[in-house]
Design a protein around this ligand. Structure first.
Ligand code: S3P
Length: 438
């Protein structure tokens, strides 16, 4: 077995406080939007608290390849200089495991006339659908060739037209790809989505002074973008609620635990997990709310909850917790009854087929779970007591979710491919150990 982690039940409880590392989605956007603003204003942009997970490093390396310069100022703090960018890359651009990197950058690069590049990625990324961005970008006049709508993706930058695009899915990656293309297209580009997906692109573009508007009408949630002037601000990234989620659920299920998680982004498009906590009766408090670079942030305290209630997740909440479904499956596995996840078909298109993988993983822990086309049904149990062997399928969120359930498994847990957690959260084990052994 290659790169596996063997872990066993926690001896005490989880206690103490941690500062959660920077948000992955916002970090990607700071690098991309920072580069656009730096090029436009001919000024350097300072980014504080940047994620150093492999996904964000992939975006940074690609930007380096096309002439953006980065100077390290302090820990997780950089100065970005795109004044001499964007040059044609000489080699293929490696997005690794990161769907956000390829989808967002495809939008931007498609709009650079004369720019050519080829995106490649790892085994997981090569299986993921790209038609969702190829379609709207092609309607704008982009030239993208692919391997049957999968990677590798080759882009030939063109002068783009504005469009009004009704996105059939609520996807921030699709929305952002069109917005980035629209920034450099003629006229006003509009994206309309059925449910509001995470809106970090919109918030950051507004923060840098762009000509972006958002609203809601009968047709859905719309965003419009035009060619813009920018203000060269410093930007600071808030902590990642999707990373915090592992500690939030761990504190809720490990007896006697009490954990304070500091600096967690609580943008309402990301806080579906807190709504589920309310349904499940998990004890938590939101403290010290504040705003950093346009994003809402707070400290979250979570305590062990003896009688976790079962819950239902479906409909409009899905985009607000799409990345938290693996760790919510862990919460459901100890709830007192039947929990149901529905309307989450797009989980099959994430870093792995997350529905299939979660069903397989929960079964390995001896949990009663049934697969549905668009989700699953879990009947929680009082005790997890089974030697569990898990496969991560290059999916970081599965790796960390299984680790959390192993904390209460009376038998050993073996997680194959655990190191993939580094794509979003290289500090995961260090922070877990801090709470475990304090
Ligand atoms: C992301 C958007 C979500 C999410 C992904 C990150 C982003 O994907 O699952 O982890 O940063 O825009 P979709 O927009 O495709 O739902």
């Amino acid at each position: 077995m290659d790169n596996f982690l063997k872990t066993s039940k926690i001896e005490k409880c989880l206690s103490g406080e941690i500062v959660i590392p920077p948000d992955k989605s916002i970090s990607h956007r700071s690098l991309i939007i920072g580069s656009i603003v730096s090029k436009y204003t001919q000024k350097k942009i300072r980014i504080k608290n940047l994620s150093l997970g492999k996904d964000c490093v992939a975006t940074l390396e690609i930007l380096k390849n096309i002439g953006v310069e980065f100077e390290k100022i302090a820990d997780r703090e950089i100065m970005l200089d795109a004044t001499k960018a964007f040059k044609n890359p000489v080699q293929p651009l490696d997005c690794g495991n990161s769907g956000t990197t390829v989808r967002l950058l495809s939008g931007l690069f498609s709009s650079f006339e004369g720019f050519t590049c080829k995106f490649i990625g790892d085994d997981s990324l090569q299986k993921r659908p790209m038609a969702r961005i190829i379609k709207p970008l092609s309607l704008m006049g982009a030239r993208i060739t692919s391997n049957q709508n999968k990677l590798p993706l080759s882009i030939e930058g063109k002068k783009l037209n504005s469009i009004t695009y009704f996105s059939p899915i609520a996807s921030a990656q699709v929305k952002s790809a069109v917005i980035f293309a629209g920034l450099n297209a003629s006229g006003c580009t509009k994206v309309i989505e059925p449910v509001l997906s995470r809106n970090h692109t919109e918030i950051m573009l507004k923060y840098f002074g762009a000509n972006i508007k958002t609203g809601k009408d009968d047709e859905g949630f719309w965003t419009s973008i035009e060619k813009s002037e920018f203000i060269p601000n410093d930007v600071e990234i808030v902590g990642d609620i999707s990373s915090a989620a592992f500690f939030m659920v761990a504190a809720a299920i490990v007896p006697e635990s009490k954990v304070l998680i500091k600096n967690v982004g609580i943008n309402p498009t990301r806080t579906g997990i807190l709504d589920v906590f309310k349904q499940a009766n998990v004890k938590y408090s939101i403290l010290a709310e504040r705003i950093i670079s346009g994003e809402k942030v707070a400290d979250i305290e979570v305590c062990y909850t003896q009688n976790i209630k079962p819950f239902s997740i479906n409909g409009d909440i899905i985009p607000r917790l799409i990345d938290e479904i693996p760790i919510l499956a862990v919460l459901a596995s100890v709830a007192d009854g039947e929990s149901v996840v529905e309307d989450a078909l797009d989980l099959r298109n994430k870093e792995s087929d997350r529905i299939k993988a979660i069903v397989e993983g929960m079964k390995a822990f001896g949990v009663d779970i049934k697969e549905k086309e668009d989700g699953f049904i879990i009947v929680g149990k009082k005790e997890i007591d089974k030697t569990a062997k898990l496969e991560t399928y290059l999916d970081h969120r599965l790796a960390m979710s299984y680790y959390v359930l192993s904390l209460i498994n009376k038998k050993d847990t073996i997680i194959n491919g655990f190191s993939c957690h580094e794509t979003s959260f290289p500090e995961f084990l260090k922070l877990m150990d801090k709470l475990r052994y304090s």
